[in-house]
Design a binder for this molecule. Structure first.
Ligand code: FE2
Length: 323
């Protein structure tokens, strides 16, 4: 069973193909984020231009013909409306042309499932950290439950905003991580309430330090503090749920330092810790194809005329398949 998945919730237009749980293609094209951040109409325009090429590239990588594709999945949400629309319309066009089922997928579930798949985990507690989302998740029966989450922005957006405030280029989290390498610690606000956390206070505080402390020290201190907050909340959830497995997923899971800190905590509790390769933690079509394949096997497809997008599609409101 080969299923093609389309991801377009933010700056990436990704097309992945999965065959019986195995990723056989993962093509993508990215909008380059400038100093003004993401301008939704511009991003969507780039996706429209890139869509045919990325679909072709994925088919070529998989070595398949369109007649081998049995279903099309797409990201229903959460994400940027204009961008989600491009993915949905591409998926609907393909599904109609090929006369195959179409499956709307929750983006966050895609991130968790690809981490489980790549790290060979069965039932992990998941720390999902990306631009717009920061959540601690666990599947219970037919629902994902959000055990903890950010009160304000996702950690990825906070790090990108910090990079812009400090004049770093390119203005995103990996630049913060590189800048932090030789830094020394200065105090930052630390906000954890139970299993929830907040980042905007730290962002405001750190942005005002520009010129007073070195960028190295600011980046190092924000990173250490923000990751310590995530690790504390995750540890609490791990003990509460008595989970034996932990995964980290989403764009910020590409951070070496965050994985190092989580591994240290997981080792202390003799919990198995895993994650996907960076290309699968960044937004990608393979994770959407993977979930779509599972949903298809449980008969969870959608009528073409009922397909929609949902900018605030929460993971705890998404349909799940039987395992
Ligand atoms: Fe994402």
């Amino acid at each position: 069973m080969a299923v093609l998945g389309i991801e377009s919730s933010a700056h990436t237009f990704g097309v992945g193909i999965v065959d019986n749980g195995k990723v056989v293609a993962n093509a993508k094209a990215m909008y380059k984020i400038g100093s003004k951040g993401m301008i939704p109409k511009e991003v969507a325009g780039t996706h429209i231009k890139n869509a045919p090429m990325v679909i072709e590239e994925a088919m070529h990588e998989a070595g398949l013909r369109f007649s081998d594709i049995e279903a099309i999945g797409y990201t229903k949400g959460p994400g940027i409306g204009y961008c989600l629309h491009v993915g949905m319309l591409s998926a609907k066009t393909l599904a109609k042309k090929l006369n195959v089922p179409i499956i709307p997928v929750n983006h966050g579930i895609g991130h968790v499932e690809i981490a489980k798949n790549r790290a060979k985990l069965k039932d992990p507690l998941a720390l999902y950290v990306s631009g717009g989302n920061s959540q601690i998740l666990k599947r219970y029966g037919m629902n994902y439950k959000i055990l903890g989450e950010t009160f304000d922005v996702g950690i990825g957006n906070m790090l990108d905003s910090l990079a812009r405030a400090l004049g770093l280029y390119p203005a995103w989290g990996s630049t913060v991580e590189k800048t932090a390498l030789e830094g020394s610690y200065v105090d930052m606000p630390y906000t954890v309430k139970g299993m929830d956390f907040s980042f905007t206070g730290m962002l405001t505080h750190a942005s005002k330090m520009r010129g007073k402390k070195s960028n190295r020290d600011i980046c190092f201190s924000v990173q250490e503090t923000a990751y310590a907050m995530l690790v504390e909340a995750t540890e609490r959830a791990l003990l509460l749920t008595n989970s034996k497995e932990l995964c980290v997923c989403g764009g910020v899971a590409q951070s070496k330092r965050l994985k190092e800190m989580l591994k240290g905590m997981a080792d202390e509790h003799r919990v198995r810790f895993g994650y996907a390769e960076d290309t699968f933690n960044a937004d990608n079509g393979a994770m959407i194809a993977l979930v779509a394949e599972k949903m298809l096997a449980s008969g969870l497809s959608e009528r073409l005329s009922d397909c929609s997008i949902e900018q605030r599609y929460r993971i705890d409101g998404a349909r799940l398949w039987k395992e």
